[in-house]
Design a protein around this ligand. Structure first.
Ligand code: AP5
Length: 221
């Protein structure tokens, strides 16, 4: 099963991708996480990407598509993947189609997490992330058991640089510019499924699981 999670910053793509990946035993591939790992290690890619990310802008296509093509060479993706954060524009969507075509495969479904702006801002401004393992929390929606410590590994929690209010608005602006073209692209291919995503994470996950169950045959799940 090859699934893309599409949606605005803060829609819950990362949160839901982790649950879907566990449920279906598939790798979760997040371009945001891959880029942040590169920034942390100060790789050439990380050094070039950092400034774009801090400003809430898209990292140039060729950097991200090369990084993804490299990740797709790993053997763990042979049974599928949950892709989160890619594609962000039509050029990336077409590049992804080409990468998959070369492997004689394609996308099964694109799940669009439809989220209101009020919810997005509340989620992003309260997000906390573990410095060590990358686990997401939220100050009020999903608080850690101990203040500022990760439930999973005990690592320190921090606020992402791009979750400051001004950068959130810049990210939303970038997202709005590109999203309608992407939605049309996948609608034309009859791959797009909309899920209302303002509610709590468990409810949204159940909606996705129900959809995937209903579409099991056509999605080859
Ligand atoms: P990326 O990391 O992909 O950021 P994003 O798309 O802006 O998405 P987020 O990670 O902010 O949100 P999410 O939808 O995953 O929400 P989450 O589950 O964390 O990208 C960062 C940057 O990298 C980009 O700005 C760009 O510069 C660069 N980049 C990445 N990919 C790129 C590409 N393809 N091309 C070019 N540049 C690229 O949830 C958010 C919060 O809400 C959490 O605190 C969570 O606990 C909480 N929450 C989640 N769901 C719920 C729920 N249902 N109810 C209550 N709380 C919830």
């Amino acid at each position: 099963m090859r699934i893309i999670l599409l949606g605005p910053p803060g829609a819950g793509k990362g949160t839901q991708a982790i649950s879907l990946a566990e449920e279906f035993n598939l790798p979760h591939i997040s371009t945001g996480d891959l880029l942040r790992q590169n920034v942390k290690k100060s790789t050439q890619l990380g050094l070039r990407a950092q400034d774009f990310m801090n400003k809430g802008l898209l990292v140039p296509d060729e950097l991200v598509t090369d990084m993804l093509a490299q990740r797709f060479k790993d053997p763990d993706i042979k049974n599928g993947f949950i892709l989160d954060g890619f594609p962000r524009n039509i050029h990336q969507a077409k590049t992804l189609d080409n990468i998959l075509k070369e492997a004689n495969t394609g996308i099964d479904a694109v799940i669009y997490l439809d989220t209101s702006e009020k919810v997005i801002i509340q989620r992003l401004s309260g997000r906390l992330v573990c410095k060590n393992c990358g686990q997401n929390f939220h100050k009020t929606n999903m608080p850690p058991k101990a203040d500022n410590l990760c439930d999973k590994c005990g690592g320190q929690l921090y606020q992402r640089q791009d979750d400051k209010e001004a950068t959130i608005m810049a990210r939303l602006e970038v997202y709005r510019k590109e999203v309608s073209t992407l939605i049309e692209y996948y609608e034309e291919k009859q791959k797009l499924y909309r899920i209302l995503a303002d509610e709590e994470a468990g409810i949204v996950l159940n909606r996705m699981l129900q959809l995937l169950k209903e579409r099991r045959d056509s999605l080859k799940v």
